[in-house]
Design a protein around this ligand. Structure first.
Ligand code: NAD
Length: 362
């Protein structure tokens, strides 16, 4: 039984594609403080079927029409990466709170320009802007984040890895409903998935880099190598964090084996070891924090690990109750974009690349 609060955030979802079908429509219904008020898609057949399945109060074929509905308080932008930034800008201009899927965008320049707009809007009024880095809402990851913040003291080093599996679609096909598609769906020109270096970095690297920053802090520079072998792409990345500690990131797609995502953190007064399951299992990460204070390991159960719902509930709480933002912010999304571009430049040119020097795209 889902307990709803008396005050619900009226959400409009842009995009009826797979991620909306697998996560956002359901999360709006199950969220304790959210309502699926409207959905929007330019593909009429998809819009009609999704409306019949999910029962929003309103449907829209055009984003501008959904934005001009004063009942829509916040929008979820769940469309291709290439469209994120212009549509976020449009939503901010219309006075809406914005939740956008990851990655924030596809180039540093567009992310920086959006960042300027978000800060300008925020200086005038209460507007929440959050990015869909759902790993932050895994209770195990939050437990590790709080342990690092409150107990570990200074950091020495952190390792994080994200290895997609050759078997992942067998797993996700079982866990997710069969997606409904439309020949009229709006897609970016060309095939952005054809360049795997770019596609894997934006799609998977955006999660890895955000987790590294969430747990390890701001990144100053990276030195990366990429091995492309046997149809796999394996990035090994040395990281210098601004805090003076070092890191190692591993992005491998695909790995011959199980899906693997996790991290290790070494600190002054403790250490952390965490493994995050494929998020579609909605199970909490398996995280152990060791503290020198009591010489004990601590673990959390995290019985509710539906990260797609938890991130939306937190978004709504920030909007309606002014709660501090827990999800990735515009600054986080822009910094993640810089990290991904710096990794790409380092692979091309060799050596360490500072994040504050890079331009362009991955
Ligand atoms: N957080 C996660 O775990 C996760 C997982 C998968 C995908 N994603 C992200 O979600 C985003 C969307 O992925 P997807 O596979 O669902 O996308 P998709 O391109 O398959 O579907 C998007 C839908 O939006 C509609 N659309 C696009 N622009 C529109 C516009 N201006 N007006 C009206 N309708 C419009 C299209 O017609 C399409 O039906 C991507 O950025 C992706 O990276 C995140």
């Amino acid at each position: 039984m889902i307990a709803k609060e008396s005050l619900l955030l009226r959400v409009g979802v842009l995009g009826c594609g797979p991620i909306a079908q697998f996560a956002h429509f359901d999360a709006c219904h199950k969220g304790r403080n959210t309502e699926l008020y409207a959905i929007c898609d330019a593909a009429p057949d998809l819009l009609e079927r999704m409306a019949a399945m999910h029962g929003p109060q309103k449907t829209f074929a055009r984003f501008e029409d959904m934005l001009s509905d004063p009942q829509v308080e916040a929008v979820i932008i769940a469309v291709s990466d290439q469209f994120h930034v212009p549509l976020c800008k449009q939503a901010l201009d219309a006075g809406k709170h914005v939740f956008v899927e990851k990655p924030l965008g596809i180039s540093i320049e567009e992310c920086e320009s959006l960042r300027t707009q978000v800060h300008a809007v925020r200086a005038r009024e209460h507007r929440v802007f959050q990015i869909g880095n759902n790993r932050r809402f895994d209770p195990g990851v939050q437990f590790a984040h709080n342990f690092v913040r409150d107990e570990i003291g200074g950091l020495i080093a952190m390792k994080a890895w994200y290895c997609d599996s050759t078997l992942r679609y067998t797993m996700t096909d079982n866990l997710q409903p069969i997606p409904i598609t439309s020949a009229s769906a709006v897609k970016p020109g060309g095939n952005p998935k054809a360049d795997k270096r770019k596609y894997f970095m934006l799609t998977h690297g955006s999660h890895l880099v955000d987790s590294a920053r969430y747990l390890g802090g701001d990144i100053e520079s990276v030195a990366a190598k990429l091995v492309e072998k046997y149809d796999s792409y394996c990035w090994f990345i040395s990281v210098d964090f601004k805090g003076g500690h070092v890191g190692h990131l591993d992005l491998t797609v695909p790995l011959r084996g199980d899906f693997q995502e996790g991290f290790q953190i070494y600190g002054e007064l403790g250490s952390v070891y965490g493994r995050i399951p494929l998020p579609w299992y909605h199970k909490s990460g398996d995280v152990e924090c060791f503290s020198v204070k009591d010489k004990q390991f601590r673990r959390v159960i995290g019985e509710d690990a539906y990260t797609y719902k938890l991130q939306l509930e937190a978004f709504a709480s920030s909007i309606m109750h002014n709660k501090p933002q827990l999800g990735a912010s515009i600054d986080d999304g822009t910094a993640a974009m810089r990290a991904m571009v710096a990794i790409a430049r380092s692979v091309e040119m060799g050596g360490a690349v500072r994040l504050d020097t890079v331009t362009g795209t991955v």
